[in-house]
Ligand binder design. Structure first.
Ligand SMILES: NC(=O)c1ccc[n+]([C@@H]2O[C@H](COP(=O)([O-])OP(=O)(O)OC[C@H]3O[C@@H](n4cnc5c(N)ncnc54)[C@H](O)[C@@H]3O)[C@@H](O)[C@H]2O)c1
Length: 328
């Protein structure tokens, strides 16, 4: 029995993400939780002829939805409107994430928790702190899904250099998941010869790709379809590793660095950061290994230097939301 819960399943991301995950043969029960319209979305999806059972859980149904879950994916909350930064979302989404993390601690403390809700730089620390307060924190099992930055990178480089296959070109994206904290390591793409101008264009597009969508949707929300694609890719990788036992799967993802204390000790000592996005190898328990930082060009080192102060503030804000303000 592999039960996967989507929290915020009736939303712009939640619906297409649920549709994509309904196609997974590794999931036996897809539980859709949302404060609105979850039963409708669940009934619709339940007619698709794949193996998983689908259930819908409304406002009062969080505990039932989460009971015994293997994996909890969280795209619940509000998306950005034009002019809002991811950090502006903090006040609304922080409370939602805290309550959902509490639900995880009570109903499925051993579950893998995959956080999509922004600002990821802060919402992941919130989840970790709640789980710590309940004594059930395992850093190998909590992930911020920054895969959309990776997906965008692969696509955008192929638009500049058509010899690069967007499906096959893997780009490591380190740092965090908002604006300047997103650091694409384009120098590691085999055979790349980007000019300084191309690097500037690509880096800006990857860091602010979300703004492109917010602006184009003109008040109707942020990235949903591309995010659902990225979220399904990441969730499937976690399931392949943890359920099917597949080895060698690697994704850039935002994690608590104590998930691999040995590999990250020097970096933590140097930067003082407890959370960071980096290439992570998955295993049966979730994080198997956090890879050391790739070699950075001078250009990328400057991007990382610019990212660290903001990342530090974002992490402190998420952590303090639980440790200072809202004792459970
Ligand atoms: N990680 C990323 O790369 C990335 C990309 C795009 C968007 N996002 C974030 O994902 C989140 C969702 O975006 P969206 O466009 O799907 O928004 P949306 O408003 O369309 O959907 C959010 C859903 O969450 C539900 N919800 C709200 N509070 C809830 C609660 N307490 N419990 C369960 N469900 C709840 C809402 O009813 C709604 O259906 C936002 O925070 C957005 O910023 C992240």
């Amino acid at each position: 029995m592999v039960k996967v819960v989507i929290c915020g399943a009736a939303g712009g991301i939640g619906q297409p993400l649920s549709l994509l995950l309904k196609q997974s043969d590794l999931i036996s029960h897809l539980a859709l939780f949302d404060v609105v319209n979850a039963p409708g979305v669940a009934t619709d999806l339940s007619h698709i002829n794949t193996g998983s059972r689908v259930t819908g859980h409304g406002k009062e149904g969080m505990n039932e939805a989460m009971k015994g879950a293997h994996t909890v994916v969280i795209p619940a909350g509000v998306p950005r409107k034009p002019g809002m930064t991811r950090d502006d979302l903090f006040k609304i989404n922080a409370g939602i994430i805290r309550d959902l993390a509490e639900g995880v601690a009570k109903n499925c403390p051993g579950a893998f928790v995959l956080v999509i809700s922004n600002p990821v730089n802060s919402t992941v620390p919130i989840v970790c702190e709640v789980l710590k307060q309940h004594g059930v924190f395992n850093p190998k099992k909590v992930f911020g899904i920054s895969t959309l930055d990776v997906v965008r990178s692969s696509r955008f480089v192929s638009e500049i250099d058509s010899s690069m296959d967007p499906r096959a070109t893997r780009v490591t994206v380190i740092g965090g998941h908002s604006g300047v904290t997103i650091v694409p390591v384009l120098s590691q793409i085999p055979g790349q010869k980007f000019t300084k101008e191309q690097l500037d264009t690509l880096t800006h597009r990857i860091q602010y790709g979300g703004d492109e969508v917010v602006k184009a949707k003109d008040g109707a929300g942020s990235a949903t379809l591309s995010m659902a694609f990225a979220g399904a890719r990441f969730t499937n990788a976690i399931l392949e590793a943890t359920v099917a036992g597949k080895t060698g799967l690697v994704e850039s993802t935002y994690v608590n660095l104590s998930a691999d204390p040995e590999s990250t000790a020097a970096f933590r000592a140097k930067t003082g950061l407890d959370y960071f996005a980096q290439d992570v190898e998955f295993g049966r328990e979730g994080v198997a290994h956090i890879r050391p930082l790739p070699h950075l060009s001078d250009y990328e080192q400057a991007l990382l230097d610019a990212a660290l102060p903001e990342l530090k503030v974002n992490i402190a804000k998420g952590t303090a939301f639980i440790t200072d303000n809202s004792k459970i």
